[in-house]
Design a protein around this ligand. Structure first.
Ligand code: PEP
Ligand code: MN
Length: 389
């Protein structure tokens, strides 16, 4: 396993585990399930952990067998009551990992939008909500350009305690109402505390659930394990987990696994650049070369954040902004989501104005995204032809 991943990639997990995928009709109160659990309880040195995935129509149950599963025979396990399929997986990223012969899907749907390793969604919007007028101008532009997703920061983790911290719950009602008015289905919104989750829930209820929210865990909280557990325990909202800016990829992927191990596997993994002076003059060292790596190691859709990676509106001699160049690079490598800062009046923005794209640039940005996506799909087809020749 280690060799297949490359020498510099250290694996922390050593053993293997087994997943029992139960048939979709399984009733956890029924006699078959009880019989199965009794049998598993009798296995020496093995712990069984039940994971329930609630879909729109039915609940799917999986049982993770942790411990010494080596002596267990796959064929034997397959004959147990309720068991439809048995998969042996490596310990690493048990739930979100991409394992051999693993039939579990690499996508999820939320509020009518599909997020998968095969799709591409753009989340253009405000780094930080400042006032209703700017929110409305942003959302109107998105609607005019056929967009149903956006980013709207209400809770901002800031380096300085004296910097604007975001309007928090006070802005949620108008953000959600305006999102509904302009047909927005999913808003990516960072939370930094459990109370923010409750505030978002309450504001959505009060406004009649006009939109959906994808909770964002920011790079400063990637290893805030208690926050990960809290967010992982709810299945109402999907989660965008940003890669930690100063830790290894393996550590960030394990952070994603925290969410899944607590019950929420609707996780998108976000690349946003690494903190090092080696990336200068960019704000962070752009790490979109890891798009295919994360897709290979896990079943998570991969998001790129070109704005926080690059951090400026600097342009190359060809006239194209670095933010747009790296966006195209990430998409051409197969990225599934783009989180990007726009602002109707960047000089008035309270956070990250210097890296924001302008509303008049939105249609051009989206066309550039389309070109890069086409190029990616052409590249995939080209390589398939090469392999079958
Ligand atoms: C953001 O997306 O607003 C943000 C703060 O990103 P990050 O956590 O990647 O710095
Ligand atoms: Mn920002």
């Amino acid at each position: 396993m280690a060799a297949a991943l490359g020498n510099s990639f250290t694996l922390t997990g050593k053993g293997y585990t087994m997943i029992l995928i139960l048939s979709s009709s399984t009733d956890q109160q029924g006699p078959g399930f009880r019989q199965l659990m009794n049998h598993l309880a009798g296995l020496q040195g093995i712990t069984a952990r039940v994971h329930t995935e609630r879909g729109a129509e039915q609940a799917l149950t999986e049982i993770y067998l942790i411990g010494n599963t080596k002596p267990l025979d796959i064929e034997d396990m397959q004959t147990l009551p309720c068991v439809e399929r048995v998969v042996r997986v490596s310990e690493e990223y048990r739930i979100l990992g991409r394992h051999k012969d693993d039939p579990r899907p690499a996508y999820f749907e939320y509020n009518g939008v599909r997020f998968g390793q095969d799709t591409l969604n753009v989340f253009a919007g405000l780094c930080a909500v400042d006032n209703p007028e700017h929110v409305e101008l942003m959302l109107k532009a998105l609607k005019e350009n056929g967009q149903v997703c956006t980013r709207m920061g209400a809770y901002k983790p800031r380096t300085s305690p004296y910097a604007f911290q975001g309007h928090g719950k006070n802005c949620l009602p108008y953000v959600f109402e305006l999102a509904g008015k302009y047909g927005i289905k999913v808003i990516a919104m960072e939370i930094t505390h459990e109370s923010h989750l409750n505030e978002i829930r309450e504001a959505l209820e009060q406004t009649g659930n006009p939109t959906g929210v994808m909770l964002q865990i920011g790079t400063r909280n990637t290893q805030n394990f208690e926050l990960l557990k809290i967010v992982g325990r709810q299945q109402q909202f999907p989660v965008l987990l940003k890669r930690g800016f100063g830790i290894t990829l393996d550590e960030s992927l394990n952070a994603a696994e925290y969410l899944a191990s607590e019950g929420n596997r609707n996780v998108v993994f976000g690349l946003r650049g690494m903190k090092t002076n080696m990336g200068d003059p960019h704000r962070n060292f752009v790490d979109f070369a890891h798009v295919p790596v994360v897709k290979r190691l896990t079943r998570m859709p991969v998001c790129i954040d070109p704005s926080h990676s690059v951090g400026t509106r600097a342009a190359a001699p060809d006239g194209i902004l670095d933010v747009m160049h790296v966006t195209a690079q990430g998409i051409m490598a197969g990225a599934n989501m783009v989180l990007v800062d726009f602002h109707p009046a960047p000089t008035k923005a309270l956070v990250d104005g210097p890296q924001a794209l302008l509303l008049k640039e939105l249609p051009y940005f989206l066309e550039d995204v389309r070109i890069a996506r086409e190029a990616y799909l052409e590249r995939v087809a080209l390589w398939e032809n090469c392999q079958s020749a």
